[in-house]
Design a protein around this ligand. Structure first.
Ligand SMILES: [Zn+2]
Length: 334
């Protein structure tokens, strides 16, 4: 780990006005970050489904096909667990908005984000991210899927059978139109709804979310742990960077302002730089990964990950491979 005491340029987070949620900050369940350990079992999620949202898949937890605990030292590259497809097809925008990623509070200015945004015009078809069954199709005027009712507006929740065998749901919110009915089966890629701005959306977009309990706003996962990376300009799959920034006590370090920047570009080429923050306290990590940041759809290559902690610049270098997930585990020192 390299340290520098000066020379750091203050980072400006992108401030995009369009958002799916009110500007005020919600008080979320302040769960302590998970302690770091190896061979972490996947706990069975607490089921709090209401009578109107009935799950049918019984959890039969099985080991993941990968072993994130192998990545707890420095970094490594794995195949990932990518079995979801994008909820929109070209020419719709398939890249998520990087300024308000899962777990982000935009440096304390917004409610911690429980999903990701795909900015598209009202009427854009919304597609099922995987084969599944509709467990909810309607508005949230009377059934809350968030801290408040009338938050997501028109929404669809799909239940999926997963490679891991645990309960798994995708949620599509702020819809202008719903094209499926509760209880019906859907296939991956099937049109289930249209993009809109119902509920508390500011501007037209699709809010896409992954949950382990259909109506529990806190039982979310980062969608980019599961979304298949898009294809790059050369046709090869893009890459995913995920990881954990942890403090001296082994606890996840919240809202660290990270910069991921290509470190292998020719001199004088345009920089490829991404700003993101580690999850706000209380935002759920995947129990197996115990991550607190994920950045999807990155060009493969060598990257420098840096942030300022206690007045010091901390940086690491990782290499991302096409279609794979590179996991970085970084513990700050005294
Ligand atoms: Zn959103």
């Amino acid at each position: 780990m390299m340290r520098h005491s000066a020379g750091w340029v203050t980072l400006g987070l992108l401030m995009v006005l369009a958002a799916c949620s009110p500007v005020d900050i919600a008080t979320r369940a302040a769960a302590s970050p998970s302690p770091i350990s190896t061979n972490t079992p996947i706990p069975q999620p607490t089921v709090t489904a209401t009578a109107t949202v009935t799950a049918t898949i019984e959890p039969t937890l099985q080991p993941m096909p990968l072993n994130p605990s192998d990545c707890r030292v420095d970094s490594c590259t794995l195949d990932g667990d990518f079995w979801l497809q994008r909820p929109v097809d070209p020419p719709a925008e398939q890249h998520a908005d990087n300024s308000y990623l899962y777990g982000s509070s935009q440096n304390g200015k917004r409610i911690p984000h429980s999903g990701v945004e795909f900015y598209n015009a009202t009427g854009t078809p919304v597609l099922a991210a995987a084969d599944g069954r509709v467990v909810y199709a309607g508005n949230d005027a009377s059934t809350a899927f968030a801290p408040w009712t009338n938050f997501y507006g028109n929404l669809v929740v799909l239940e999926h059978a997963t490679p891991r065998g645990e309960p798994f749901y995708t949620l599509y919110a702020h819809l202008s139109e719903i094209d499926v009915q509760s209880g019906t089966s859907v296939q991956a890629g099937q049109v289930i709804a249209k993009v809109g701005m119902s509920g508390s959306a500011i501007g037209s977009h699709l809010h896409f979310e992954v949950r382990t309990t259909p109506t529990d706003y806190t039982a979310t996962r980062n969608p980019f742990l599961f979304l298949t990376p898009l294809a790059g300009t050369d046709g090869a799959r893009l890459a995913v960077l995920a990881g954990q920034i942890i403090d001296q006590n082994g606890q996840l370090l919240p809202t660290a302002q990270l910069v991921a920047e290509r470190a292998d570009l020719p001199e004088n080429s345009a920089p490829q730089r991404y700003y993101l923050e580690t999850y706000t306290a209380g935002v759920s990590s995947d129990p197996a990964w115990q991550e607190n940041f994920v950045l999807g759809d990155l060009e493969p290559g060598r990257y420098r990950i840096s942030f300022v902690y206690d007045g010091r610049l901390i940086e690491r270098f990782v290499t991302l491979s096409a279609g794979q997930l590179t996991y970085l585990s970084l513990q700050v020192e005294n």
